[in-house]
Design a protein around this ligand. Structure first.
Ligand SMILES: C[S@@+](CC[C@H](N)C(=O)[O-])C[C@H]1O[C@@H](n2cnc3c(N)ncnc32)[C@H](O)[C@@H]1O
Length: 221
């Protein structure tokens, strides 16, 4: 007679994530080939070092998770997919669990890439550079801290802390980032690193208006 695992592994994600979640302490989402030992390295492509091939936009079939880490990942999903994923992260984390995200900093991109008022060759370069940052490498949405914080609060987290690259008050979350750095520009870091924790009451009211207008313009629901 087939085992429970046989049925669980074949069930649709909606059923699997609720009825057959696996216990896991640390999830590394969108790991690519950047495997972290001691973590479940998840990607939708079977790169060397990936432990679980999974499209996380359909949910996270885990429970009792203490830490979730995703580096240079959320900018590759649509805003709707990120909103869903952040809620999933909150759902599968323990009450004292922590989500750590690292993603390009829109403030740095804008300040370092775009020269307002430039002409000729400079004006062309700056236009292409900015559009490359938005659309290159599969990017779908770039974040500033205000929007990233708003999405995390909206997903049900209570606290959002900005961290320095590689640093954390949680020993388990230190020295995880691998991505190459660019120099700070006018005091702005090229990468936003945040940790979200706790359970809270939602994003500020102004936030949903701008998000709604953006999604409406994209024709997304
Ligand atoms: C830019 S790479 C980042 C890889 C690694 N985290 C790093 O910092 O070098 C984004 C990764 O996300 C994975 N990915 C994209 N969409 C995904 C999805 N829906 N579910 C799981 N992984 C996904 C891609 O296959 C890719 O390996």
């Amino acid at each position: 007679m087939p085992s429970l695992y046989h049925y669980a592994s074949r069930a649709p994600m909606k059923i699997r994530k609720v009825f057959f979640p696996a216990r896991a302490e640390r999830l590394h989402i969108g790991s690519g080939p950047q495997r972290l030992d001691g973590w479940i390295n998840i990607d939708n492509v079977k790169y060397p070092g990936v432990d679980r091939v999974l499209d996380v936009t359909h949910g996270l079939p885990y429970r009792d998770v203490r830490f979730i880490f995703a580096e240079h990942f959320i900018e590759h999903l649509s805003l709707n997919e990120v909103m869903y994923l952040l809620r999933e992260c909150r759902r599968v984390l323990t009450d004292d669990g922590v989500l750590r995200l690292s993603t390009p900093n829109l403030d740095w991109v804008w300040a370092s890439h775009y020269e307002l008022g430039s002409e000729g060759d400079d004006a062309a370069r700056t236009c292409f550079l900015l559009n490359r940052a938005f659309r290159g490498w599969g990017h779908q949405f770039l974040y500033n801290i205000e929007v990233l914080r708003g999405l995390l609060l909206d997903a049900g987290f209570a606290d959002v802390v900005v961290c320095a690259y590689g640093e954390s008050t949680h020993p388990e979350l230190r020295n995880l980032e691998r991505h190459e750095r660019s120099e700070d520009f006018e005091g702005l870091a090229d990468i936003l690193v945040v940790e979200a924790s706790g359970r809270g009451a939602g994003a500020p009211p102004y936030f949903s208006r701008w998000r709604h207008e953006f999604l409406h313009a994209l024709g997304a629901k």
